[in-house]
Design a protein around this ligand. Sequence first.
Ligand SMILES: Cc1ncc(C[n+]2csc(CCOP(=O)(O)OP(=O)(O)O)c2C)c(N)n1
Length: 306
Amino acid sequence: MLLIRRFEEACGRLYMQGKIRGFLHLYIGEEAIAVGTMAALRPDDYVIGHYRDHGHAIAKGMDTKIAMAELCGKATGSSGGKGGSMHLFDSEKHFMGGHAIVAGQMPIAAGLALASKYRKEDRITVCFFGDGAVNQGEFHETLNLASVWKLPVLFLLENNLYGMGTHVDRSRAGGRHIYEAAAAYDIPGVQINGMDVLGMNECVSETVKSMRKDGGPRFIEAMCYRYRGHSMADPTMYRERDEAEELGIKDPIESLKNFMLQFEVVDDGELAEINAKVEAEISDAVQFAEDSPAPELDAMYRNVYA
Ligand SMILES: Cc1ncc(C[n+]2csc(CCOP(=O)(O)OP(=O)(O)O)c2C)c(N)n1
């Protein structure tokens, strides 16, 4: 979680310096979801997500150097610098990409799961999406087919209460209980606290275990909070300043740190070591991205399909 947080803080700085361009959507505050989930998966399970994808990619094992180079539009990035922040990809780690079109990853998740089922592979696909995606047709079409065909997809909704600047209460009937929609498609669903990494891990572990037994889809709604705006360009004027406090939001990293200290899993010295290791990895990643060359001009025409 700390690695993801520091990675994104560095991204924010690089964006302000004009070294990362285009859109930049930070995942700060939501790290427990990615980390708790990935720790419950096998390395060969597929993961696919949306444009707020840095946390998913890093938690799935993507090299922070390659990720940072992609964000900076460098030739050494995962997509040769042509994908940028919203399109990280690592097929070796079975991270099947961040996708910029809201809900566009959902039918692809069903396709991945269908392929696994067809090949009789015992692997599942985790599909991350936001509350903004649930009003799209693709959400409903995918849940329906996944249920009818009994596809091993874990639908993992990150409900951070906002789709850009619109609160779920204003855009979705039953906005804070979206998991109930899964029942309409005969998919078991639960709602959990997405700010608690251990709780996340326990829930996903149990869910995945039952999926491997019966092969069918499941739905988890992880309630969470994004500390930053929708993207770097968003000053979040639509939110009350003390909203996080009112909602009783607890920072996932601070909570885990306090828990580990209280139960003597780590001491202050070990925490300092973890911090130093993370800082060093991030500074290496930034250095690598800054030192990397820009793509060649003719790379613009490579791997482009229309
Ligand atoms: C089909 C489509 N419509 C609109 C957009 C513009 N758009 C980008 S992000 C976003 C909000 C999505 O919110 P949510 O799914 O809740 O994800 P979050 O940003 O909260 O993680 C919108 C409407 C888009 N990218 N794709």
